[in-house]
Ligand binder design. Structure first.
Ligand code: ADP
Length: 788
């Protein structure tokens, strides 16, 4: 490498020439130069041997390998070689500083390298206003180009500002712009500074236009990016902030979870849209806002509802029959009807059809039949009690605007079940109340009506739910209090209650084995004899169903289990005589309530929620003014029925030996014992009339006669409900004769044959027949009088 310190200002006439492919050298500027061609290397070496000067001129076409006179522009720049570095491949790298413009006058030789005679082009000086203005404009544009993103270093800008000669400034700017070689050449060739400034200015303007367009395009791209990705960036920022605050995990993760759950829930379209909308609201809300809790609860419910989850149904009638039999003794009629129902369901393949309603006293197997149905269908079983429900919102939910609002019980139960096609048992539909809070029956109707329950509206959910694949079964203790609109939609199946015999079977085959199992006892440890079971049925329970019986058996099992644990190894045998050691003294007497025939005490049969029962109705007279006193928690219907009975007797005093003026001298008191239990219904009408007549005549009533029937003012006996239960109760109580309304005779086929054999059933039409049968012989009204 060789260097020189001073650039000579004297230019010799003849100089070696290096043609440049794509570079234009300007005076006072330094460029690195790659020299590859052999001729050029020789020229460079020649210059280094002398005064380090060389003519550098652009060739017209960069591709020309060995350019001659015509291939090279006529104007170039003489440069001083400041440094030279030989590279191993024979080429060289040189640092050259421009000295002065020259015009090539003549090519002296072309071998072994180009040599030219040159003429110096003198730099003109100009300082007129126009030039100054042009310089400023050029500088301003130059800076602007830098602003718009042209890679011009700061020191270049500063250096440009310091240049005073207009020509040099033009050169400087042209050199630093990305101009094409021929454009730079044009500036090099322009001798007058002002022309050069204009040229440079023009090129710079073009460059600026390109730069501006570029930034415009960039902005537009940025904008469109913004539109789609703004949210993403914001989210990311929010995430970062939340991470800083340590709140990230709960919120973001939670939102993502909701998003996943919504997809997983496979909701119907409208519901999903709703869920997504609510999630959007939640997202936008500040986490501290009170409402976020409300929205979260709502979303929890929404994703928790089994929109698309269902159990595969298998329905094989033979298998269903087997399961029903396996779980239940007897109940033949019930099972038949259920199988018919299932058969229809199988043929039509929908749940459309009346809802089953199981009516009967407690403990007769309504729930457990429901469970067996679910089992035989392979569906889930859920239960919900309607007892005491008075508010529509309990069924249908509260609107979300209420504090602490929740979905109604139907949606809650379905959510708990986790499938959209469970067997859904609604208990105590007869105990749904109506009051100021609204009528729950309307909501129930909508849920139970196959015509409209495919879009059941829950106030809380706000979106419809399809209940049409749910198999609803309702239960009730009595039919009377079920709202008629609901009754219309239901197919009633009566569970009448069991006879003693049936209870014995149920106990032996089902309840005892079940309780043994539940208490972890083997049959080798405990035996309860049939007589003992009978004793329990007769003296320790008084019920239509078998719940009390099951409880008593469980009680025995508990005590035996304890003995086993205490080391009592032998088998325990519970017999009729030892029952009381487990269960204490008998609670009920078996047989007729009254010991002897009494005046003013009639035996009635009632149908309570716990099945049929035998009651005594007492009437007595005392000195007074015709007042009627009724006690024993009688309901309105029963009170009215008592008044009807009194009016009937007053209208017929002459038929019997009754003082026609009794009403002016006596008060009448009717009492129905078991005073703590509310009683109602018209079916005690004839019993009350009998008690009153007996009291007024002073004539005893036969204790083995029981009766049931509604009374009219004209003395007609009207039919009543629950005849089978009542007759079973009478049979249990050892009653010999039962007077029943004639119109109830058709219900008698429901009665087990042995009950019909053991109880004399007398259909009656009129009150005088009742009295003729019930009163002890001497008091009977004579036929002649009755005929009147
Ligand atoms: P309900 O729903 O009518 O009040 P449950 O279904 O709860 O009555 O029945 C009470 C108990 O009696 C249950 O353990 C049930 O299994 C049993 N049970 C009732 N009827 C029968 C029957 N026919 N055969 C076998 N067990 C029965």
């Amino acid at each position: 490498m060789s260097t020189i310190d001073e650039s000579p200002t004297e230019i010799p006439d003849v100089l070696p020439l290096i043609p440049l492919r794509d570079l234009v050298l300007f005076p006072n500027l330094v460029v690195p130069l790659f020299v590859g061609r052999e001729k050029s290397i020789l020229a460079l070496e020649e210059s280094l041997r002398g005064d380090h000067l060389v003519a550098l001129v652009l060739q017209r076409e960069p591709e020309t390998q060995d350019p001659g006179e015509n291939d090279i522009y006529p104007v170039g720049c003489v440069g001083t070689v400041l440094q030279e570095l030989k590279l191993p491949d024979g080429t060289a790298k040189a640092l050259v500083e421009g000295v002065v413009r020259v015009r090539v006058l003549e090519y002296v030789t072309s071998e072994p390298y180009l040599q030219v005679r040159v003429e110096r082009i003198e730099e003109e000086l100009a300082s007129d206003v126009e030039t100054q203005a042009l310089m400023r404009a050029l500088l301003a544009d130059f800076e602007k180009a830098a602003e718009l993103g042209k890679p011009i270093p700061q020191e270049v800008l500063i250096a440009a500002g310091a240049i005073e000669e207009p020509g040099r400034l033009a050169d400087f700017v042209a050199f630093h712009l990305n101009l094409k070689s021929d454009e730079k050449q044009a500036i090099l060739e322009a001798a007058k500074p002002i022309a050069r400034l204009e040229q440079a200015s023009m090129f710079l303007r073009q460059e600026l236009q390109i730069l501006e367009l570029g930034s415009k395009i960039q902005n537009r791209v940025k904008e469109s990016l913004n539109a789609s990705q703004r949210e993403y960036f914001l989210r990311e920022q929010m995430k970062a902030i939340q991470q800083e605050l340590g709140t990230f995990d709960e919120t973001q993760q939670e939102l993502d979870e909701y998003r996943e759950k919504i997809v997983a829930a496979k909701m119907p379209e409208g519901v999903e849209a709703k869920a997504v909308k609510e999630l959007g609201r939640l997202e936008k809300m500040p986490q501290a806002a009170a409402e976020t809790g409300v929205i979260r609860t709502y979303l929890d419910w929404l994703v928790g509802v089994p929109w698309a989850v269902e159990d595969d149904e298998k329905l094989d009638l033979i298998e269903a029959r087997r399961i029903l039999d396996e779980d239940h003794y007897g109940l033949e009629k019930v099972k038949e009807r259920i199988l018919e129902y299932l058969a229809v369901h199988k043929l039509t393949d929908t749940m459309r059809g009346p809802i089953l309603c199981f009516v009967g006293p407690p403990g007769v197997g309504k729930t457990s039949i429901g469970k067996s149905i679910a089992r035989s269908l392979g569906r889930k079983f859920i239960r919900m009690s309607l007892g005491g429900v008075r508010d529509e919102a309990e069924i249908r939910g509260h609107r979300r605007t209420y504090v602490g609002a929740l979905p109604g019980r139907i949606i809650q139960s379905i959510s708990t079940a986790g499938t959209r096609n469970p067997v859904f048992m609604m208990d105590e539909i007869d105990k749904v109340g109506v009051d100021f809070r609204g009528d729950p029956t309307a909501a129930l109707l909508e849920a139970l009506d196959p015509e409209q329950n495919d879009s059941f509206q829950d106030h809380y959910l706000e979106v419809p739910f399809d209940l049409s694949d749910v198999m609803f079964i309702t239960t009730a203790n009595m039919l009377d209090t079920i709202p008629p609109a609901l009754q219309d939609r239901m197919e009633v199946i009566h569970f009448p209650g069991y006879t003693e015999d049936e209870k014995l079977h149920i106990a032996r085959q089902y309840l005892v084995p079940k309780q043994l199992r539940e208490h972890g006892l083997k049959t080798t440890k405990l035996e309860i004899t049939d007589e003992a079971l009978s004793e329990i049925v007769r003296r320790y329970t008084r019920e239509a169903g078998v719940r009390g019986l099951e409880r008593q058996i469980a009680s025995i099992c508990r005590q035996v289990a304890r003995r086993v644990v205490e080391g009592h190894g032998r088998k325990t045998r519970v017999t009729q005589r030892t029952v009381h050691t487990y269960l204490g003294p008998a609670r009920f007497s078996y047989g007729i309530a009254e010991e002897s025939d009494e005046v003013g005490t009639a035996t009635g049969l009632v149908w309570t929620e716990v099945g049929g029962d035998v009651i005594s109705i007492e009437a007595t007279t005392m000195a007074g003014k015709g007042e009627l006193i009724l006690t024993g928690q009688l309901g309105d219907v029963m009170r009215e029925s008592a008044q009807a009975a009194v009016s009937y007797i007053r209208a017929h005093v002459s038929d019997w030996d009754i003082d026609p003026a009794f009403n002016e001298k006596l008060d009448l008191h009717i009492h129905v014992p078991a005073a703590a239990t509310p009683k109602d219904g018209p079916s005690a009408g004839i019993t009350m009339a009998t008690a009153i007549a007996s009291a007024l005549m002073g004539c005893p009533i036969r204790r083995e006669v029981a009766m049931t029937g509604e009374i009219t003012l004209r003395g007609h006996v009207l039919p009543i409900g629950g005849l089978k239960e009542k007759l079973l109760a009478a049979h249990r109580a050892g009653i010999k004769t039962v007077l029943i309304p004639k119109e109830n005779v058709r219900d008698l086929d429901l009665l087990p044959p042995h009950v019909r054999d053991e109880v004399e059933i007398v259909p009656v039409e009129r009150m005088d027949e009742v009295l003729a049968r019930a009163l002890v012989a001497p008091c009977r009204p004579n036929a002649r009088k009755t005929a009147k």
